[in-house]
Ligand binder design. Structure first.
Ligand SMILES: Cc1ncc(COP(=O)(O)O)c(C=O)c1O
Length: 422
């Protein structure tokens, strides 16, 4: 499997359909392709962004479904409004206000079918072909796909180990041919790097964007999964206009299969257009699932207890992975231990060819996502994203040992003489 040339269609296609031009821009997600390659049980996969299935609150969800269907079968099984189930919109607001410092009203919330749908809706409403979107380098692949499908010109703004730098953002805005339509940020437990923007950078980036009239799109699926440190105000809480959008989801904290996410914006005109587009896409997000998530969020003590449970297990898995990397990887591999989220990002020295390493690792039945999936800078291409939530500590330790042995062999210290890299 190639990690770079997965575009759809092609001149040799025998399809009887004539496809819209915009589909030429679509690329199947490399991560999804990798997940397919890692389905076999003997592969230890650190590739997906999957929560631990044994921690899904299945019994609680079953009880809630039972209760909801007994109390309000018509509401749960009938068509609903496009904006979403009102009590869920309110519960989302209450949680966001408490955890991020964002003032929020329920009418500013749109319930979406996962936050991936929110990214797609935003792209459809705001982006014309050729419009510039500023993103971090590296950035979340699903967002890049959504922006690319609209024909946007995606400009990666360089950063450092602390995330996007305000100076680079200023420069990217100044160098853009026209005012960028969006600044897309993942400031908390970034996917793929795990980095959290500090309070100063949050404020500065918001100020730079605001001064240039660039709206900010903040994506925050991982914020509730914190294992150390204290929560920081949302970047968009520093934007003193209505030019912001904030995204959240239940995928990483309850279940991705429920497909319930949300978008918040204080701009009524934007909300109106997003609702109109969502109507055309899926009418509304599943009524029963929205009610399940609403009841979960409304029971704040139970929800907090669930988050604590996740934090305890994921913190231990993160620490197991970090300890195994220290023990088994060459000492010049750089990584930082994230304060939350699901990913550890390791930067390998330039003597390693990371794409080639990915294939060699799969031969050893261990998988990760190579940096080239997330961006094309030399720095990003030396990265590997390792998910620590989905495997138990024994498999984490075993998988990292296998990877470490491979790295050492590639370095010429092991049984395989031919070094990879260079
Ligand atoms: C940064 C980021 N945004 C959005 C999503 C989409 O999540 P969902 O559509 O499941 O809410 C993901 C999923 O991995 C993600 O990592």
């Amino acid at each position: 499997m190639s990690t770079t040339d997965a575009s759809l269609g092609g001149a040799g296609s025998m399809s009887p359909f004539t496809y819209a031009t915009r589909t030429q821009l679509l690329r199947p997600s490399i991560v999804r392709e990798i997940l397919k390659a890692t389905e076999s049980a003997d592969v230890i996969s650190f590739a997906g962004g999957l929560p631990a299935p044994e921690l899904f609150p299945a019994a609680h969800i079953a009880a809630l479904c039972h209760q909801i269907l007994a109390e309000d079968p018509a509401g749960a099984l009938q068509y609903g409004t496009t904006e979403g189930h009102r009590p869920l919109r309110q519960a989302v607001c209450d949680r966001i206000s408490a955890s991020t410092g964002l003032p929020c009203d329920a009418c500013q919330v749109l319930i979406t079918t996962g936050s991936q749908q929110a990214l797609d809706l935003v792209a459809r409403v705001l982006l014309d072909p050729g419009d510039t979107v500023l993103v971090e380098e590296p950035s979340y692949l699903g967002a890049l796909q959504a922006f690319a499908a609209s024909g946007a010109n995606i400009v990666a703004v360089p950063g450092d180990e602390r995330g996007m730098s305000p100076e680079s953002l200023r420069r990217a805005i100044a160098e853009a041919a026209a005012r960028p339509k969006l600044l897309y940020l993942l400031p908390t437990f970034h996917n793929p790097t795990g980095v959290t923007l500090d309070a100063g950078r949050r404020r500065e980036l918001a100020e730079v964007a605001q001064a240039a009239g660039v709206p900010v799109l903040e994506d925050d699926p991982y914020g509730p999964l914190r294992y150390a440190g204290i929560p920081l105000p949302a970047v968009v809480s520093h934007v003193r206009s209505s030019a912001w959008i904030y995204l959240g989801t239940c995928s990483k904290v309850l279940s991705p299969g429920l497909r319930v996410g949300w978008l918040v914006t204080p701009e009524p005109e934007l909300m109106k257009r997003l609702v109109a587009i969502k109507q055309a896409v899926d009418l509304h997000t599943a009524s029963l699932n929205q009610r399940v998530v609403a009841r979960f969020l409304q029971d704040a003590p139970a929800f907090e207890a669930h988050l604590q449970l996740l934090a305890g297990v994921y913190r231990a898995r993160r620490d197991t992975m970090a300890a195994a990397i220290r023990e088994h990887f060459p000492s010049d591999c750089a990584f930082t231990v994230p304060d939350g989220g699901l990913f550890l990002w390791v930067r390998l020295p330039h003597r390693f060819d990371v794409d080639r390493l990915f294939h060699l690792a799969l031969e050893r039945r261990v998988a990760f996502v190579p940096g080239s999936a997330f961006g094309q800078s030399a720095r990003t291409r030396q990265g590997i994203r390792l998910n620590f939530s989905n495997a138990d500590p024994g498999r984490i330790a075993g998988g990292i040992r296998r990877l470490g042995e491979l790295l050492c062999e590639c370095d010429g210290h092991g049984v395989r003489a031919r070094p990879c890299g260079r």
